[in-house]
Design a protein around this ligand. Structure first.
Ligand SMILES: [Fe+2]
Ligand SMILES: [Fe+2]
Length: 303
């Protein structure tokens, strides 16, 4: 990113928008063969409630608000689909395409995107343009350098049994992520991790948790990071994890499409600013008066 230096003007600020869990509608036409096993339960859930909870008109207003802020980069942390059907992914790619040019948008998948083993091929095939490393390497973890940031994308999305929504990174991904974090740290970059599931122990209810959260916590304690962003819980949260030299803020975001009929928090997104000082966070979304605006802002300072 180009801009004035310290002698000529204000310090350079890099902005990162984070949104998650749009659970995009409409659902494509369903064939009976699509509804085997876990997908039958998921589809029933969608018919009964989920299709009304996630409001696409409201999501459109959220996207307009993001666009009005012209962030330097946009991170989406998954659950773009409901039951991980191949026919759901074109809607997801159109959604990511609307966010901005491909080099300014990044994606990591959620549990709904890897709903059953049959989801994985379509997930990889469709979403690869937003989850490929700068060097062209595919797969996870990926690494992208943008301005002062090293964005590191992890996948915690694995197919699970009915009524389960847990995630797992696996030893191989953790090992590679640790190498990337050490590498980016030596470069003096601000390391931001994108992951769908909350990374900390106890970050989600049993059955919805990251199974290897303890191993991730231990890895982060060795390698360090400057920020972790995640979705999955559909609510705003802030936690802190130990790093080797400083605490690491872990920020969860609400669903970007949860309408007034929905449980918990309504639609929101986060705008992070990275400058010379601490990272700042602006939380935006549906306000009590029905507009899309500022909900609160804070400085991410360790407790
Ligand atoms: Fe979700
Ligand atoms: Fe999720």
């Amino acid at each position: 990113m180009q801009g004035p230096d310290k002698q000529q003007g204000p310090a350079l600020v890099f902005t990162l928008a984070h949104l998650s869990d749009p659970h995009l509608n409409p659902m494509p036409r369903i064939r009976p063969v699509d509804l085997m096993g876990k997908r039958a339960i998921g589809y029933a859930n969608w018919v009964r409630s989920r299709r009304r909870l996630h409001d696409m008109a409201l999501l459109g207003r959220v996207l307009d608000d993001i666009a009005a802020h012209n962030p330097d980069h946009i991170a989406c942390t998954g659950d773009v689909t409901h039951i991980g059907l191949a026919a759901e992914f074109p809607t997801a790619t159109a959604f990511l395409g609307r966010l901005g040019p491909r080099d300014r948008v990044s994606f990591v998948p959620g549990n709904h995107d890897a709903y059953v083993p049959a989801s994985l091929h379509a997930l990889d095939d469709h979403m690869r343009p937003w989850s490929t490393s700068d060097d062209g390497a595919t797969g996870y973890p990926w690494l992208k350098r943008r301005g002062p940031l090293a964005l590191i994308g992890l996948t915690s999305a694995v197919p699970t049994g009915p009524l389960m929504a847990w995630g797992r990174l696996g030893a191989d991904q953790l090992e590679k992520a640790e190498m990337l974090l050490h590498y980016a740290g030596r470069q003096g970059l601000t390391r931001v991790i994108l992951i769908h599931h909350p990374p900390q122990i106890g970050g989600a209810k049993p059955g919805r948790e990251l199974k290897d959260a303890a191993a991730l916590e231990a890895m982060l304690a060795r390698a360090g990071a400057e920020l972790v962003v995640h979705g999955h819980n559909h609510r705003t949260s802030l936690a802190w994890l130990n790093g080797p030299s400083h605490m690491i803020p872990v920020v969860g975001v609400a669903s970007c499409s949860m309408g007034p009929r929905g449980h918990g928090e309504h639609a929101g997104w986060h705008l992070f600013r990275f400058g010379d000082g601490p990272i700042t966070l602006e939380r935006r979304g549906l306000t009590p008066t029905g507009g899309i605006g500022l909900l609160d802002q804070s400085v991410l300072k360790a407790p």
